[in-house]
Write a protein that binds this ligand. Structure first.
Ligand code: ADP
Ligand code: ADP
Length: 224
């Protein structure tokens, strides 16, 4: 799925959080949105997912204007730094949640749960409680939960910032491997230039609600 962000702005009570942002993301690409805290990264991600309405501008998926579409119809999935998992439920209950509420037959849900757990290398961990998992395993479970509904777009909001340096490096390679294996168009929000350089096909450097640079990692030098 390609994404076109066309002259998107967002004002919060007169404060301009996004100022005419334009970005084109090709099908299957991973774009890193790089910039300091408060520059508007999360705001842009929420507008793409449909959780937030832009003040002006349009969002297009595969040449279709989805600006007015509700979030469910957009088929995007978010992965957060705090995992957003239910701590008292098992891995399987967390991962299957998105299908259960869609009333899919039990056997189909089970098959799909096992598939995505295999994809994130958590096979056999179905009955473990979320609380008993390591940070890296929680992030894998969160990714599995995002993947289970077969979204067309993955949106990562600083997914690794709760992990230590060594695990971050391992997990970003893991995310990249899975993203390329299924060829899913992705946007990855980070304030860490090295992380953006390591994971992305393209980097959009943001500051104060504007895109300062938009290019391949090897040609992006400056960060604000
Ligand atoms: P980032 O994700 O890059 O840290 P955000 O998109 O969260 O940035 O925020 C961009 C700016 O908009 C910040 O200055 C933030 O304080 C402001 N902001 C975000 N959400 C709101 C809101 N609901 N109301 C008012 N200001 C907001
Ligand atoms: P992050 O920096 O990780 O994006 P924040 O802690 O800035 O997250 O924001 C958390 C929540 O608070 C978001 O829903 C955001 O929209 C809201 N928010 C951020 N800044 C403001 C603000 N100045 N006024 C009102 N809500 C805000």
């Amino acid at each position: 799925m390609s994404i076109d962000i066309k002259a998107v702005t967002k004002d919060y009570n007169g404060f301009s959080a996004l100022k005419a942002v334009d970005i084109h993301i090709q099908n299957g690409e991973l774009l890193a949105l790089l910039g300091p805290s408060g520059c508007g990264k999360t705001t842009l991600l929420r507008i793409i997912s449909g959780l937030l309405e832009p003040s002006s501008g349009e969002i297009w998926f595969d040449g279709v204007d989805v600006t007015k579409w509700e979030t469910q119809k957009r088929q995007t999935a978010m992965v957060f730094q705090n995992y957003a998992l239910f701590p008292h439920m098992s891995v399987e209950e967390n991962v299957g949640y998105g299908l259960k509420i869609k009333r899919m037959p039990k056997a189909d849900i089970q098959k799909r749960i096992d598939e995505v757990l295999e994809m994130v290398e958590l096979s056999g961990m179905n009955d473990r409680s979320i609380q008993s998992l390591s940070g890296g395993q929680k992030q894998r479970a969160a990714l599995a939960r995002a993947l289970i509904t077969e979204p067309k777009i993955l949106l990562f909001d600083e997914p690794l910032s709760n992990l230590d340096e060594k695990l971050r490096v391992a997990m970003r390679q893991e995310i990249r491997r899975i993203q390329q294996r299924i060829g899913i168009t992705s946007i990855y929000v980070t304030h860490d230039q090295r992380e953006a350089m390591a994971i992305a096909d393209k980097i959009a450097v943001m500051n104060h609600g504007e895109i300062l640079q938009y290019d391949r990692p090897e040609t992006v030098y400056h960060t604000p």
